[in-house]
Write a protein that binds this ligand. Structure first.
Ligand code: FAD
Length: 563
């Protein structure tokens, strides 16, 4: 199977090439020569952010129809799934970033980029306030940009849960700079521990690496660090090799608890064999310059452990500019911007939100389903013909395809029986309340979409497709029937397709959860991981750099210079 995976790697790389080629072709065909009057008539689209969602939107947008501007404090796109590999030098930082100007160059001048941070969204006046991070600009640093359509794609920031000392003493793993800092600090810890005048206890403390959070990022970093130590550093620092300790602190009962149970227990067993300590059911309640305070949830006891370095990886929180905007539009008491299924920010015209900063409002699902029912059951009799009932279910499915899975589940088997009834015009007693309560059970199981690159990229390209068809779909709406007004919705709602997820566990082993409940673990899955991540690179340049970094690591090992 490893040779099949190697073959996959080659196919994926050539597959990636095909994608880039076709994208480039379509980009050229849509960018016809524009006259000044054309530009004047175009609607202004303003995109905030150049991460997964923003870039996917821009790459797929037909820029000939809009006047497009992009604002982001960083002038590059970062391939975040490879950030843990940057922390230990498996991959170099520059190999996973693509300059924004390279990406927009392919749009033949159809996009303007401003390296700045949006500091306020003024939805009432349809404009945003931006501030450049470049030094010495003084009063020229701030500027205003107005828009007809705003696409908010500014991601999220780290979440410290207001734990004392985290901001001051912990490392994060969110941005490229974070990964570079971690890389330097790991080497620092080894160099410090090798100094002649430190006691053994002090050396042990310096080489105690604590990772807070047993989610995919924390686990992958722990695995990378373990490999770096075992494959490279023990040979370079032989005197301190037995003093290294890696601890993962996790508040849940199992690490990787959003993955299939088989993956979670495979990871725990592998970490145990590797000597990585996993402390589950524990919360970090404070961090000082020298120790980390850990509370055992079941006993309520707190103890302190000395450390050399702490990496905090416990999820994400809302950025201040989004929080401020949410207050303006009455979306308080939420963690992310609420959108409808068309990714429009609720309560705000012509503003869209995609990626980690937004969540499709699930509570509305039940409201909509209740409305569909009340419209069908006009006389409030609690009875519908089989045909009417079928229309209701079709209407629900077109808006919420996820419900389809549950139509076959035990909660709704009576519905399936009814739908199969050949007497379509016969009026049947439908247990509408029972059906609604079964669906509300379904609703609570329909978790909101995970904050992943996969979701962000799909939302970006969905939104671009809607923008590209904006004019024609106004005349010929392509979405489902409206049930509050007549006619159809302009577009079909956003529908997420899950292609699976990986959890690299070190030692050239990876676990993967693939569509259709497939789970695959071990060395051959690592080759699948290499193939997928090579093919998903945004450009040929980064694809070649990443693959050559992997090859360099196999031949020469990772570099341990502290630069
Ligand atoms: P981001 O990609 O974070 O982009 C946000 C953009 O907004 C950035 O360009 C930022 O500079 C910009 N910005 C920030 N503030 C402002 C402002 N005030 N004004 C204007 N612009 C602003 N997901 C997966 O699917 N698979 C993985 O393997 C995976 N691994 C990960 C590993 C790590 C270490 C991390 C941190 C994340 C990982 N993720 C993974 C999650 C994934 O990276 C995020 O879900 C994804 O980046 C979200 O995309 P986004 O566009 O919403 O936000």
């Amino acid at each position: 199977s490893s040779s099949i995976s190697k073959l996959l790697l080659i196919c994926a790389i050539s597959g990636g090439a095909h994608i880039s080629f076709s994208e480039t072709q379509s980009e050229h065909s849509v960018n016809s020569v524009q006259t000044f009057t054309d530009v004047k008539k175009k609607k202004k689209v303003l995109v905030l952010g150049t991460g997964w969602a923003g870039i996917s939107f821009l790459k797929n947008l037909d820029v000939s129809s809009f006047d497009v501007q992009v604002v982001s404090p960083r002038n590059y796109f970062a391939f975040t799934p490879l950030l843990p590999s940057v922390t230990c030098g498996t991959v170099e930082a520059r190999s996973i970033v693509e300059p924004i100007r390279n990406i927009i160059k392919k749009k033949n001048g159809g996009i303007q980029f401003w390296e700045a941070e949006c500091i306020q969204i003024d939805a009432a006046n349809k404009r945003v306030v931006c501030r450049s991070n470049v030094d010495n600009l003084l009063e020229k640093a701030e500027f205003l940009l107005d828009y007809d359509y705003l696409v908010v794609a500014i991601g999220a920031q780290v979440n410290t849960f207001n734990t004392v000392g985290v901001m001051e003493h912990c490392h994060f793993l969110k941005e490229v700079e974070d990964a570079q800092r971690i890389r330097k600090n790991v080497i620092d810890c080894f160099e410090k521990a090798s100094l002649p005048n430190l006691s053994e206890e002090e050396k042990r403390t310096n080489l105690h690496f604590v990772i807070v959070g047993g989610g995919p990022t924390g686990v992958e970093f722990a695995a990378e660090l373990h490999d770096f130590v075992q494959e490279n550093l023990v040979k370079l620092y032989p005197k301190v090799q037995d003093l290294v300790r890696i601890t993962v602190v996790h508040s849940g009962d199992h690490i990787l608890n959003t993955y299939d149970k088989r993956i979670s227990s495979f990871a725990e067993q592998k970490f145990q064999r590797d000597g990585i300590e996993v402390k589950t059911g524990c919360r970090v309640v404070g961090v000082s310059g020298k120790t980390i305070d850990i509370k055992v949830k079941s006993k309520g006891e707190t103890y302190s452990v000395p450390y050399g370095m702490v990496v905090w990886s416990t999820g994400t929180a809302t950025r201040p500019v989004v929080r401020d905007y949410m207050e303006q539009i009455g979306q308080t008491n939420r963690h992310t911007l609420a959108t409808d299924e068309w990714l429009r920010v609720e309560g705000c015209d012509n503003v869209y939100a995609v990626g980690d900063c937004a969540t499709i409002n699930q509570r509305k699902v039940m409201e909509d389903i209740a409305t569909i029912f009340s419209i069908a059951d006009k006389d409030n009799s609690g009875t519908l013909t089989v045909k009417e009932f079928q229309d209701v279910v079709d209407d629900i499915l077109v808006r919420y395809p996820q419900v389809n899975l549950y139509l076959r589940s035990k909660h709704l088997h009576s519905v399936a029986d009814l739908l199969n009834d050949p007497q379509k015009n016969e009026r049947k007693e439908v247990d509408i309340e029972g059906f609604k309560s079964a669906l509300s059970h379904v609703d609570s199981q329909m978790k909101s979409l995970p904050a992943t690159a996969q979701v962000a990229a799909q939302q970006g390209s969905y939104l671009a497709a809607c923008f590209n068809r904006m004019e024609e779909s106004q005349l010929k709406p392509e979405g489902p029937l409206r049930f509050r007004e007549s006619g159809h919705h302009q577009f079909r709602p956003f529908q997420y397709k899950h292609f699976g997820q990986f959890a690299p566990l070190g030692g050239e082993q990876t676990a993967a959860e693939l569509p259709g409940d497939w789970v695959s673990m071990g060395h051959s899955t690592q080759w699948l991981w290499y193939s997928v991540y090579a093919s998903k690179q945004v450009s040929w340049r980064t694809r070649v750099l990443v693959v050559s970094d992997w090859t360099r690591k196999f031949i020469f090992g990772r570099d341990s210079s502290r630069i």
